[in-house]
Design a protein around this ligand. Structure first.
Ligand SMILES: C[S@@+](CC[C@H](N)C(=O)[O-])C[C@H]1O[C@@H](n2cnc3c(N)ncnc32)[C@H](O)[C@@H]1O
Length: 196
């Protein structure tokens, strides 16, 4: 992370976020705080990508890389994925994530698992979601691809639509093929599949 990458989303009160999934509404509580991950468009486009993947593919292991408030990890878990990990470098966000996990799950065993350094660990995932702006994603796409199971999926966000072609090109070099995008000007989320 560079000194310019500041991830703050000021929530002055606890928020109940409702997400339409097929014929039901998924409810997520995000407590008052400043960690990123509530109503920002990049978060909402990442949620669209998560819904698409989980409604159409078999996913049993997932990682939220750059989890902020923990919102994406919470949603993936609530959508029924068994093993969900979350990775975050900001201690304040980690503290707020833990509180948000408590507010959304009755039992600790259901919390997403907070982990460190997934890019240098041995674990691999069926699905990774990462909403991080700046140079982290383009600089690390190959490493991220290497911790996705063959045939697994990656959703990225945190950048503008004008970067779409650049990401398709870099991702191809990292063994990832574009399968879907979600757009709301000026933002985009992109889903890739790792080659088998
Ligand atoms: C834009 S926020 C996204 C938060 C949430 N996932 C969402 O979609 O709303 C990016 C988060 O990634 C974290 N981050 C940045 N670089 C990271 C890295 N190398 N590993 C883990 N987390 C990182 C930041 O601290 C920040 O909380």
């Amino acid at each position: 992370m560079t000194l310019h990458d500041i991830y703050i989303e000021e929530r002055l009160k606890d928020e109940l976020i409702e997400i339409n999934v097929k014929d039901r509404k998924l409810k997520v509580v995000i407590n008052q705080g400043t960690s990123f991950g509530g109503n920002h468009t990049t978060t909402l486009l990442s949620i669209e990508a998560i819904k698409f993947i989980i409604n159409t593919k078999l996913i049993t292991t997932a990682l939220d890389l750059g989890s902020g408030s923990g919102i994406l990890a919470i949603i993936i878990k609530k959508l029924g994925v068994l093993n969900v990990s979350a990775s975050e470098i900001d201690q304040l966000a980690i503290k707020e994530s833990k509180l948000n996990f408590k507010s959304n799950f009755n039992h600790k065993k259901d919390f997403p698992c907070l982990i460190t350094d997934p890019l240098i660990n041995e674990d691999k995932y069926d699905f990774i979601v990462s909403n991080i702006s700046g140079s982290f994603l383009p600089n690390n796409l190959l490493k991220i691809s290497q911790i996705i199971n063959p045939g697994g999926y990656l959703s990225i966000a945190g950048f503008n639509i004008e970067k779409e072609k650049d990401y398709v090109r870099i991702a191809k070099e990292a063994n990832l093929q574009i399968i879907r995008t979600f757009k709301k000007t000026p933002w985009i989320s992109m889903i890739f599949q790792r080659n088998v």
